[in-house]
Design a protein around this ligand. Structure first.
Ligand code: PMP
Length: 413
């Protein structure tokens, strides 16, 4: 039986947009027939460690311990953060209705950008409406056909989208030998060479070999661009991210990130030198043609950074939970790949099986997303667990018990 993947429904030959959309129903039906649809789920509570979701098949509300959100620190529900957002709405209203350059740049945006710059050890920063927009906006603007982006294969989709109009060479994950070979071959042939990596890889939860990557890049005259979406609030002094963790803030030229994960709000940013940020502020398209962040978002993001940098016990709890989850799952024989962060893959290595396991877990009170093709290779399908400071050890124990039960039936260890 053919196992469809989402790829089968993109650019379908001979079908127009409506025909393609109709055809996509085959994929939804296949997932539903296997009772494996872990995606069409509506949550009726905050996206914290305990959630309620509406079951697609029974229409009933289910309670579950959730590992799906990158809400590493619970900042979306922190009383100080919520209070700051409420005050901002009272003072500034719910939106700006204009772009930063034409009247939408408030004092609270300036304050947030200053805080982000400080966090990353950079002179300045610029916010965008999402991390996705930041990656696209920066990469698309800084690089053109005269340049080359030399990228780790596992960088985020948004970065790849931003590289559509430049030359791209992909190196195997953390493969320094291959990186050096590409740098050597490219040297002298392009206006800019930029090496692009993530701070924490979003599917495997491992880190870049940043020290060696910086040394090599400098040696061949390449710039370094790091997407720290999953590093902030998790790694480094005060949760200041991956460059702080490696003590390499001065070596990395451009850092992008998101306000939507550990920071708990929405939005993205780029941090770098004063001049570079000014250049982007006046010319990067998703900034100049898109409204500025809503006041409540700007203020809650600022407050969240204050909270996690001033209350170290929150990040300590995240790591305590992460270590406990790793230890428990490894002792029970599960394969966690290369993870060294709160992103913990539980390898299943079979696309449909991963989806079915996720569905069974949901029926038994655990909500976790299967990471399947095309997010990862077919043979690398897994469940992706995101640990948070708001989980308890009994949440993790319960999850492990349920995994063991399902493993008896489906054998995936
Ligand atoms: N970069 C990485 C590594 C991510 O995982 C994500 C979110 N999935 C983004 C960028 C985009 O961030 P946002 O959700 O703010 O658009």
């Amino acid at each position: 039986k053919k196992l469809f993947t989402p790829r089968d429904f993109i650019d379908v030959e001979g079908k127009d947009i409506y025909e393609s959309a109709d055809y996509f129903q085959v994929f939804i039906d296949q997932m539903d027939n296997e009772r494996a649809n872990a995606f069409d789920i509506t949550t009726t509570t905050p996206t914290g460690s305990k959630v309620k979701v509406v079951d697609k098949y029974s229409g009933k509300e289910l309670s579950a311990i959730s590992f799906v959100s990158s809400n590493y620190l619970g900042m979306n529900m922190h009383p100080k953060v919520k209070e700051a957002a409420k005050c901002a709405i009272d003072e500034y209203g719910v939106g700006t209705s204009t772009t930063p350059l034409i009247g939408g740049y408030l004092d609270i945006h300036a304050e947030l950008e200053k805080k982000i710059a400080k966090m990353h050890g950079k002179e300045a920063s610029l916010t965008y409406s999402s991390g996705f927009a930041a990656n696209v906006g920066v990469a698309q603007f800084l690089l053109n056909k005269n340049d080359i982006a030399i990228v780790d294969t596992f960088i985020h989709a948004s970065m790849y989208d931003g590289l559509a109009n430049t030359n791209v060479k992909i190196f195997g994950h953390n493969d320094l030998k291959y990186l050096e070979m590409v740098l050597e071959k490219s040297k002298g042939n392009y206006r800019n060479m930029i090496v692009i990596v993530d701070g924490v890889y979003s599917q495997d939860g491992d880190l870049p070999r940043l020290k060696e990557i910086c040394v090599l890049s400098r040696q061949y005259g390449a710039y370094i661009f790091l997407d720290d979406a999953h590093g902030v609030g998790v790694l480094g002094k005060n949760g200041y991210g991956t460059c702080s963790h490696f003590n390499l803030s001065d070596e990395v030229d451009v850092i992008t990130g998101t306000l939507s994960k550990a920071i708990g709000a929405i939005g993205g940013y780029v941090a770098g030198s004063d001049q570079l940020i000014k250049y982007l502020r006046h010319l990067s398209r998703p900034s100049i043609f898109s409204a500025s962040l809503p006041p409540s978002v700007a203020v809650s993001a600022s407050k969240a950074i204050d909270v996690f940098s001033e209350e170290p016990q929150i990040i300590e709890k995240l790591w305590e939970n992460t270590k406990y989850a790793r230890k428990t799952l490894i002792e029970n024989g599960f394969d966690l790949g290369r993870s060294e962060s709160p992103i913990i893959p539980i390898m299943v290595r079979d696309d449909m099986k991963a989806k079915v396991i996720a569905r069974k877990l949901l029926e038994n009170g655990v909500y976790i997303i299967p990471a399947t093709y095309p997010a990862v290779k077919l043979k690398d399908s897994r469940l992706r667990m995101n640990v948070s400071a708001t989980h308890s050890q009994s949440d993790i124990d319960y999850f492990c018990e349920q995994l063991n039960c399902i493993n008896k039936e489906m054998e995936f260890k």
